[in-house]
Design a protein around this ligand. Structure first.
Ligand SMILES: C[S@@+](CC[C@H](N)C(=O)[O-])C[C@H]1O[C@@H](n2cnc3c(N)ncnc32)[C@H](O)[C@@H]1O
Length: 228
């Protein structure tokens, strides 16, 4: 299928060669759960799922997919779209989906920015950006996944009252995530007390990078914004 052209992606697309089980999953399962690429085929998101869900959530950069799989398992009535260009991460998500028999996830195995403009307005109940690549150097700031363009796109896609949820263990990334989102007039930060951002909310599953941050002594922060 031809891919839409888009911005440059600076992360990793490939890691270690996939084990046979994961390679087989990529060959047999991905095509059944892969998001289409054209605006026409994305015009009715609920119909991409077997149960035409009312609420559809997006996770940008799902890594190994453990957070997305846990969300999907906890809310079988909802639909979830996951985007991740790292092949080994996509294969790992397919394994979680297979092991937990999850039917409510659709996968975009590439840069999310390629399909964002084609997703229908107000089609999402929320979006997650968990532990994004920090790109702490100033000269790499343009590589950060959250910026005003991304927030404009998410403000169009997330319906009023929906959530934009983000987390990080990286001191610089925490600052740019908060600063960018607080600067956008369509999103309002929900925190009232420090415990609202210092403690992981019960309904936010753990992620691999969160566990790594914990092991290496970097506490995570959790940011919950509402689409006004
Ligand atoms: C630091 S990892 C975090 C992975 C996972 N969220 C976690 O917490 O374990 C950031 C992930 O975002 C993905 N990513 C970066 N830019 C992206 C983009 N434009 N679209 C989709 N995923 C992206 C990367 O490939 C990478 O897997």
């Amino acid at each position: 299928m031809p891919k839409p052209e888009g911005p440059q992606f600076f992360g990793r697309r490939k890691g270690r060669p996939l084990r046979t089980q994961l390679k087989t999953l990529m060959q047999t399962k991905l095509s059944h759960v892969q998001m289409p690429a054209t605006a026409e085929s994305l015009a009715n998101l609920p119909q991409l799922f077997p149960h035409a869900p009312d609420d559809i959530y997006l996770e940008i950069g799902f890594g190994g997919g453990e957070h997305l799989a846990a969300l999907a398992a906890g809310q079988p009535e909802a639909g979830f779209i996951g985007a991740e260009p790292f092949v080994n991460g996509v294969a790992s998500l397919l394994r979680h989906m297979d092991e937990r028999a999850l039917q409510n996830i659709r996968v975009w195995p590439d840069d999310i920015r390629l399909i964002l403009p084609s997703l229908p307005e107000a089609s999402l109940a929320g979006a997650y950006i968990m532990f994004p690549d920090p790109w702490p150097k100033r000269r790499h700031a343009s590589r950060r996944i959250l910026n005003q363009d991304m927030l404009d796109a998410l403000a169009t896609l997330i319906r009023p009252g929906g959530h934009l949820r983000m987390a990080s263990d990286h001191p610089e990334a925490k600052i740019w995530l908060l600063a960018e989102a607080m600067a956008h007039d369509k999103f309002t930060w929900q925190a009232e007390t420090p415990s609202d951002w210092q403690n992981r909310p019960k309904d936010w599953p753990q992620t691999r990078y969160m566990a790594k941050g914990d092991r290496e002594g970097r506490p995570s922060s959790w940011f919950d914004f509402i689409r006004n």
